[in-house]
Design a protein around this ligand. Structure first.
Ligand code: 13P
Length: 252
């Protein structure tokens, strides 16, 4: 089964609209001929600039969160339809920073995911264990709970629009990467849960990204693993040359 590599840059709270435009312009020619889905995820206020700059290229644009309601009294929130209207095609849901700082739970991940699917956005659903959970031998239990809760009630058809991002929390922004063997073992477990939930045929088609200190120097080995189908990149996605190099090495 060959799954197309998907590499997304999660810019987090970085890059003004002008900076986003410049970064996408610089990135476009560097990734134009690479056989991968390339996505950049700027802040809400930089999305339109990124969509305009990416027009006609193979760079796609994603948001970093959405609210689950279509509209209503939710001060400060943004709906899936609002993003769809401005040309956004992807969204990250359930990032560990949202779980840690903003009270995101598996239940709200599930609500946001359903809203994103209804708006025909492709979703990158983040799961991952804390250091103490890994050290306590709880990784599989934590991931199983996050996947079963986050993906509750989804159909096999829905999974065509879903990508799973496995991000061990202890590897995010720390320079500590899971070894390729360790990451592969965990990705294989994620796929096993997907088999339980959706059957093997569907599970084989779902792409699973690795995230956590992925860089140009380790992307080839990580994405070279059987069950690692791409990456969700923080720091190394903020410069066009390092992000392009990382993607090039991942697809090589
Ligand atoms: P880093 O690549 O900076 O470790 O961040 C990973 C991440 O959180 C992507 O969502």
């Amino acid at each position: 089964m060959s799954r197309k590599v998907i590499i997304a840059g999660n810019w987090k709270m970085n890059k003004t609209a002008a900076e986003a435009k410049a970064l996408v312009e610089e990135l476009k020619p560097l990734v134009a001929n690479l056989d991968a889905d390339v996505v950049v995820c700027p802040t809400f206020t930089s999305l339109t600039a990124a969509v305009d700059a990416a027009a006609g290229s193979n760079v796609k644009v994603g948001a970093q969160n959405i609210h689950w309601a279509e509209n209503g009294a939710f001060t400060g929130e943004i709906s899936a339809e609002m993003l769809k209207e401005i040309g956004v095609e992807y969204v990250i849901i359930g990032h560990s920073e949202r779980r840690q700082y903003f009270g995101e739970t598996d239940a709200t991940v599930n609500q946001r995911l359903k809203a994103a699917l209804a708006a025909e956005l492709t979703v990158m659903v983040c799961v991952g264990e804390l250091l103490e959970e890994r050290e306590g031998g709880l990784t599989e239990q934590v991931l199983g709970t996050q996947l079963r809760g986050g993906l509750a009630d989804l159909s096999q058809q829905d999974m065509a629009q879903v990508v799973i991002a496995y991000e061990p929390v202890w590897a995010i922004g720390t320079g500590k990467t899971a070894t390729p063997e360790m990451a592969e073992e965990t990705h294989a477990y994620v796929r096993k849960v997907l088999v339980d939930l959706f059957g093997s045929e569907t599970a084989e088609t779902v792409r699973i990204q690795y995230g956590g200190s992925m860089k140009p120097g380790n992307s080839a080995e990580l994405v070279g693993q059987v069950n690692i189908d791409g990456g969700l990149i923080g720091g190394a996605s903020l410069k066009a040359d390092s992000f392009a190099e990382l993607i090039k090495n991942a697809v090589s």
